[in-house]
Ligand binder design. Structure first.
Ligand code: GAR
Length: 209
């Protein structure tokens, strides 16, 4: 599939409507939930770009179906994490992005990207941070035997999964839960809190100057 062109902002948004980009590696359900929320007017923002890091990512089909421009930035074609992040910054600057949302971006981002978007980089993580940082947050919670799991939307800082929390939602763990069943219930909460977190993040910083 060939990515469509990114439309000029005059055609897609009013100048004072903040412009969002989403970074995704997986199925893209959070991308779609955030897009629908923006299209319903809350948060008041235009989601104008999806970036994925692998060509098999399910988020691409969602972007095609929903008419959102997307770009592939394949980590395997970049010499370092910093080189990948520099390419992302280039795309975000071209598209005049105000806020970037990591919605299942399964790569560690570097200070290069974080410092280019200070307070403007939001991540969604499937645990009640600070518990269960890093990969497989849901499996970590199940293995630890907790009775309350959940998800966190937070600003990104240089320590992985450690930035200021914007919104959290708790999800009870059932005795019968598997990784799949608990992940499904956590994702339903992610879809609810991510738009709230984006609205909060935007209220803190406003449009990029
Ligand atoms: C989400 O559950 C998100 O919390 C998780 O990836 C999933 C992506 O789902 N992110 C992480 O684990 C980051 N450490 P989606 O592609 O359907 O939105």
């Amino acid at each position: 599939m060939r990515p469509p062109p990114i439309k000029g902002d005059q055609q897609t948004s009013q100048r004072d409507c903040p412009r969002l980009a989403v970074m995704a590696s997986g199925s893209g359900s959070n991308f779609e939930a955030l897009l629908q929320a923006c299209r319903s007017g809350d948060p008041q923002a235009d989601l104008v770009l999806l970036v994925v890091n692998n060509p098999d990512c399910g988020a691409i089909a969602r972007a095609e179906r929903l008419g959102v421009p997307w770009r592939l930035v394949d980590h395997r074609h970049h010499a370092s994490r910093e080189a990948l992040d520099l390419r992302l910054i280039e795309l975000f600057r071209e598209a005049r992005i105000d806020l970037v949302v990591m919605a299942g971006w399964m790569r560690i981002v570097t200070p290069v990207l974080i410092q280019a978007f200070p307070q403007r980089l939001v991540n969604i993580h499937p645990s009640l941070l600070p518990s269960f940082r890093g990969r497989d947050g849901v499996a970590q919670a199940l293995n630890a035997g907790v009775t309350l799991a959940g998800c966190t939307a937070h600003l990104v800082c240089e320590e992985v999964d450690a930035g200021p929390v914007l919104v959290q939602a708790a999800v009870p763990v059932l005795a019968s839960d598997t990784i799949a069943s608990l992940s499904r219930r956590i994702q339903r909460q992610e879809h609810r809190i991510l738009p709230l977190a984006v609205a909060l993040a935007l209220a803190r910083v406003g449009p990029q100057g």
